[in-house]
Design a protein around this ligand. Structure first.
Ligand SMILES: [Zn+2]
Length: 180
């Protein structure tokens, strides 16, 4: 099976110092046209601190679904994820594959999505911060303990790496082919 070539990391590099512009409820419905607004379970958009976000992610109050919106080439892209909490009782370190935050115990969850166009036959998944709060993690804005394995790289590199990871995940889910 052919592996799609990912060009988008370069396209995002120049924009990596920008933060998310506030997203309106109208845009939210446009990004997820198949869902009714009340089914999305999004937080109150007026209370979101957009200035510290690289992507907008939230967990549906029911707990088993997550949503991520990422601006890409001036267009908002969304992905719906299933969340499976880490049920293992063992205490060991877990790293978020998007922001590289390392947790001593449970802090990540398995997020998966069906590959678009595969009729549900193919699913991809990643271990990601379980509240989809990577942007707060890389800025040390979370009230939880900081990462177990601190890095010395600059914040702008962490932002670029995070955006690249989310973009690559969307590519693997077959959601971005029209941007190439
Ligand atoms: Zn993360």
């Amino acid at each position: 099976m052919a592996i799609p070539v990912v060009h988008v990391t370069l396209a995002r590099e120049s924009a990596s110092s920008t933060v998310l512009k506030p997203i309106t409820s109208q845009q939210l419905r446009e990004v997820f046209p198949d869902s009714r607004a009340q089914d999305l379970g999004a937080p109150d958009l007026a209370r979101v601190d957009w200035g510290v976000l690289d992507y907008f992610g939230w967990i549906h109050p029911a707990g088993s679904r997550g949503y991520v919106i990422l601006p890409l080439q001036d267009e908002l892209r969304g992905i719906t994820l299933r969340r499976l909490m880490n049920a293992s009782g063992k205490s060991r370190t877990h790293m978020c594959s998007w922001c590289h935050h390392v947790y001593r115990g449970r802090g990540t969850a398995m997020f998966s999505t069906q590959v678009a166009g595969s009729d549900g036959r193919r699913t991809i998944g990643n271990y990601i911060c379980r509240e989809l709060d990577c942007s707060l993690r890389i800025r040390n804005l979370s009230s939880d303990p900081p990462t177990y394995m601190p890095e010395t790289i600059a914040l702008k590199h962490k932002i670029w790496r995070l955006e690249s990871a989310v973009t690559a995940f969307m590519h693997r889910a077959n959601l971005l082919e029209d941007t190439l």
